[in-house]
Ligand binder design. Structure first.
Ligand code: NAD
Length: 494
């Protein structure tokens, strides 16, 4: 049955969000009883009270995770057992998709359509895919002479922390939890303070699936409280962070100031969308251009906000982008016909509006968009023409719906502007010529290049950034497992 706006509103009205921390198999308050509020950004109304965890709570969660890691219930279980349990997690997420998607939409302002896709399709797929890897991840034997047998083995790293952003809350939780648990780690997860609710609900479903107490812990809290306590904890072995470059840098300091835990960083971006002069401006190209910029209200690390268009095509491209953007519907995220929901918070909306003003002040031409009168924290999709590479809106990650179009005179100029950034997460290139496509793909200093379509790849392909977009760690694909495994050599003299 296809659910309507009224159906989703009715489901939302009945939901009783649980904001309590989840530690050692139980829902609990913070040790000091402190709480904070999570807001529905589409209305500005309080959605739930949430446990405000601090270092004492992180200590409890890590102690539980360590206890169960050392007793081997999960870490040394048969891989087939971990596989069965994680497959059950996938099934339970599928069965609870509507509830989880409504909760996610209320907590984030994301459209219900996107939440249903992420939670009904992508999140279970992650658990399923890494579950299937649990009993298919082999070690190696190094070549030696007859005098030795050299085994290269992989062991779970121990306690894995995941510190998450607010833009894809449950999906990012799955990105970290599924590979960590598949290889036998115990996990301590800190959702973003703006969006703690679905990760908490996921932990309950994981318990139902048979994940033992202590293996999954969810610690809601602020960055400077729970986040810092996790970063500085001396008994966390590996930490995978997704968020801003500014905070990612802090996690490297935290590691240096504590136990030198491994730190994997997935951070910001300022990704280009490049159209070479042989690319026809088709409906498909325009769909990708606008989707790459405005999907999730532009609150996406790989959003393609610098659109570098071959000069002869720029007029047609701009007109068609504007025509498409006019058809986007901004509004209640629970309405399935809504294309763009709200910004995550009042502060974030104000920051994005400052960027829009800076674009105007620095001489770019705003041809559509700006603030919206809707209650809540909405911004209309905004398009700038005449953007130059030195402008603030061309250089900094805005994390909102602000697209800048720049004409370029040659492939070399497109490459030079695209590469002239401190970030290196993603790029899209449109061309009919495979040689030009491969030249651009091989030359662009970033973790993912998509050709003739905007894509971040899928679960099978690694995702991460060059330069200040990431560390050498990758999420997704078999590459993600490296964040959660130790490598051990066993050299046997024979
Ligand atoms: P953020 O860096 O502000 O917060 C991310 C997490 O870090 C949150 O859980 C937050 O509580 C925590 N945190 C904040 N300050 C901290 C501190 N002082 N110490 C410890 N922890 C702290 O990022 P955000 O605003 O939630 O998310 C937006 C950013 O995430 C953007 O820059 C975006 O590009 C990036 N992002 C990257 C990817 C990727 O895979 N590369 C994916 C999604 C988002």
């Amino acid at each position: 049955m296809t659910l309507t706006h009224a159906n989703f509103q009715a489901i939302a009205a009945k939901l009783i969000p649980n904001g309590r921390a989840y530690i050692d198999g139980s829902s609990c308050d913070a040790v000091d009883g402190d709480k904070f509020e999570t807001i529905n950004p589409a209305t500005g109304q309080v959605l739930a009270e949430v446990s405000h965890c601090k270092s004492a709570d992180v200590d409890r969660a890590v102690a539980a995770a360590r206890r169960v890691f050392n007793d081997g219930t999960w870490s040394r279980a048969e891989p087939e057992h971990r596989k069965e349990v994680l497959l059950k997690v996938a099934t339970l997420v599928r069965e609870h998709t509507t509830e989880l998607a409504v909760l996610e939409s209320l907590d984030t302002g994301k459209t219900i359509t996107d939440c249903l896709h992420e939670i009904g399709t992508e999140v279970p797929r992650f658990f399923q895919w890494y579950a299937e890897l649990a009993d298919k991840t082999f070690g190696k034997i190094a070549p030696t002479g007859l005098g030795a047998l050299a085994l290269i083995t992989y062991e779970p790293a121990g306690i894995a922390a995941g510190v998450l952003p607010w833009n894809f809350p449950l999906l990012m939780a799955a990105w970290k939890i599924a590979p960590a648990l598949a290889v036998g780690c115990s996990a301590v997860i800190k959702p973003a303070e703006q969006t703690p609710l679905t990760a908490i609900r996921l932990a309950q479903l994981m318990e139902e699936a048979g994940v033992p107490p202590g293996v999954i812990n969810v610690i809601p809290g602020y960055g400077h409280t729970a986040g810092q306590a996790i970063g500085l904890h001396n008994d966390i072995d590996t930490l995978s962070f997704t968020g801003s470059t500014e905070v990612g840098r802090m996690f490297l300091h935290y590691s240096g100031d504590s136990n030198l835990k491994g730190v994997g960083l997935e951070m910001g971006g300022k990704s280009p969308f490049i159209v070479l002069d042989d690319a026809p401006i088709t409906d498909d190209l325009i769909e990708h251009a606008t989707m790459s910029a405005f999907w999730n209200g532009g609150q996406n690390c790989s959003a393609n906000m610098r659109q570098l268009i071959a000069a002869p095509l720029v007029e047609e491209f701009t007109a068609r982008v504007c025509e498409r953007v006019k058809a986007f519907r901004l509004g209640d995220p629970l309405d399935p016909s809504t294309d763009i929901g709200s910004m995550i918070s009042k502060d974030h909306k104000e920051m994005v509006m400052c960027y829009i003003q800076s674009g105007v002040d620095q001489g770019a031409r705003k041809i559509m968009g700006g603030s919206s009168d809707l209650p809540g924290f909405f911004i209309e999709p905004t398009v700038f023409q005449g953007v130059t590479p030195d402008m603030q809106i061309a250089r900094e990650e805005i994390f909102g719906p602000v697209l800048g179009i720049m004409p370029v005179g040659s492939d070399a100029e497109a490459l030079a502007i695209a590469s002239d950034t401190e970030y290196g997460l993603h790029a899209t290139v449109f061309t009919r010529d495979i040689d030009r496509a491969l030249h651009m793909a091989r030359s662009l200093p970033c973790g993912t290049v998509s050709v003739n379509g905007f894509s971040e790849g899928d679960i099978k392909t690694p995702f991460g950034g060059y330069k200040m977009s990431g560390s050498l760690a990758r999420d997704n694909g078999t590459e993600a497992l490296a964040q959660y495994m130790q490598t051990k050599t066993i050299w046997i003299t024979t």
